[in-house]
Ligand binder design. Sequence first.
Ligand code: ATP
Length: 237
Amino acid sequence: MKALLEVAGLSVWYGKAIALENVSLTVGEGEIVAVLGPNGAGKSTLLKAVSRMQPSQGTLALRGVSLQGFPAHEVVGKGICHCPEGRRLFPELSVLKNLMLGAYLRRDRAEVERDLEFVYALFPILRERAGQIVSTLSGGQQQMVAIGRALMGKPSLLLLDEPSVGIAHKLKMEIFDGIRKIRETGTAILMAEQDAQSAMRIADRVYVLEHGHVGREGTSAELSKDDYIRQAYLGVA
Ligand code: ATP
């Protein structure tokens, strides 16, 4: 498969502490790739490095073009949109305003309208609540706004940091269904997730990060049969 994103030998330091050491991974066109791992393993750091919010050393390329050297705001224009941990929404603005902020670089108004319709079709509650202030939504609904805002940037690669954390089961299932539907439009997804079971249900491939290293990698089908993964991540004895 042709790599959309290629990460090779990536390292990130926070002062003297190394958070990612020599990490290599790929995301193919239209693939869902999950990065699993415990708290502090480096999942958020990896996503931040890919979107250039965090400086890194090593190879980072989108469709063969190096991203190293580009500031984060230019990486958005190249087709990588990051839905960060904690969502980083504008709580006092409406749902619609938050969504439209994701399209701030775009001039293709008709397509922006079409993408807004797609976001509303994906998460119908957002159409109902379009005029509502974001801070009054539930956590799960806010996560939908955050994913929708990232989609409004028209990404070819969507980075999702822990999309299901702290969210009630029903909304969590809606979010995972939504992620599957996003992939059907051809957008590739690289997601960090602690809920290994839900992530492996929708991901094509999985990387397991432990202490800043890739410990295991494979297809979801392969890793769901791996004894270590079953015990450590899937809670199967
Ligand atoms: P979590 O699920 O808790 O967010 P994670 O797998 O996403 O975990 P990271 O947030 O990437 O992990 O953190 C990796 C390591 O880097 C941790 O040891 C963390 O304490 C450290 N770290 C993260 N951000 C910073 C920072 N800004 N300054 C210093 N150290 C940091």
